[in-house]
Design a protein around this ligand. Structure first.
Ligand SMILES: Nc1ncnc2c1ncn2[C@@H]1O[C@H](COP(=O)(O)OP(=O)(O)OP(=O)(O)O)[C@@H](O)[C@H]1O
Length: 270
């Protein structure tokens, strides 16, 4: 691998600009940002504000037309695919299930970037798979076909596959979508454990402002393809900003347990 171009550690982006088509407007027009290392970052914003586009660009699923993403001082585009899989674990919204594959086999796929398809799994690989199954509470379902699981259980299998890669960064686009409230909290508690106990830097798109307020260390607020605010939830989630960005009236307060809470009241009346 080429030596780093600078000394800076971590993941950042410089003057990113993305266009899905030359006839369409720019998204992320000149976006520069730094993902805080060892933290949970949540991207929030209305539909179509560019959250997924930014997440995909940071994870090299989309190539920016201008600017670059920098990982540990080097351009992310220069990173060999295998190395990329060791560094970044990705869970996006759409993921078709291949045939009748079993839970355990899909999770094993997370290890192929380490051992290759033709080589057998090492002790390390097997340990990583066991840990991923255990962390996601899937050990009892390991021999079940993925296609026969509920939406929420399937979501966990994809997360387990990403975990089996043992990446430094985890990117998740709306991971709570198919989950009931209890499983949403469970998933976010898992994110906290992966962050605090396993040292992962986590970047996720969330629609639920309460989950973002409670579990994220850092918020990135997007509106019309641009980052309009960044910082800790307590300074970012204000009634004025929710009015401006989400067009909602909301109360912001701390619960008896000390959690920052957002109570949406209704749409702003123009
Ligand atoms: N494949 C695509 N082709 C053309 N335009 C796209 C494509 N994907 C997204 N867009 C457009 O880019 C803009 C940003 O979309 P993006 O999916 O990043 O927003 P988002 O904030 O993640 O939205 P949501 O909350 O609805 O998932 C939108 O105007 C969207 O219509």
């Amino acid at each position: 691998m080429k030596p780093p171009e600078t000394d800076s550690r971590g993941l950042s982006a410089e003057k990113l600009a993305v266009r899905y088509d030359r006839r369409l407007p720019w998204i992320l027009d000149g976006t520069t940002l730094q993902i805080p290392e060892g933290k949970i970052t949540a991207m929030i914003g209305p539909n179509g504000s560019g959250k997924s586009t930014l997440l995909k660009t940071l994870a090299r699923q989309l190539n920016p037309e201008a600017g670059r993403v920098i990982l540990d001082g080097g351009d992310l585009r220069q990173l060999p695919v295998r190395e990329l899989a060791h560094r970044l674990g990705i869970l996006f919204q759409e993921h078709p299930v291949p045939g009748e594959i079993l839970v355990e086999d899909l999770v094993r796929h997370g290890r192929y970037s380490h051992c290759g398809f033709l080589q057998g799994l090492s002790e390390n690989d097997l340990e990583a798979i066991e840990l991923a199954l255990r962390l996601t509470d899937l050990t009892d379902l390991r021999h079940r076909p993925v296609s026969g699981l509920s939406g929420g259980q399937r979501q966990l299998v994809w997360i387990a596959m990403a975990l089996a890669q043992q990446p430094q960064y985890l990117f998740l686009d709306e991971p709570t979508t198919f989950l009931d409230l209890s499983h949403q909290f469970e998933l976010m508690e898992l994110m906290v454990r992966l962050n605090r106990e396993h040292g992962k830097t986590i970047v996720l798109v969330l629609h639920d402002l309460n989950l973002a307020a409670r579990y994220a260390d850092h918020l990135i607020v997007m509106q019309q393809g641009k980052i309009v605010a960044e910082g800790p939830p307590v300074s970012i989630l204000t009634p004025a900003r929710l009015r401006e960005v989400f067009e909602i009236e909301a109360q912001i307060f701390h619960s008896d347990q000390g959690w920052l809470q957002c109570l949406p009241i209704g749409k702003v009346q123009h």
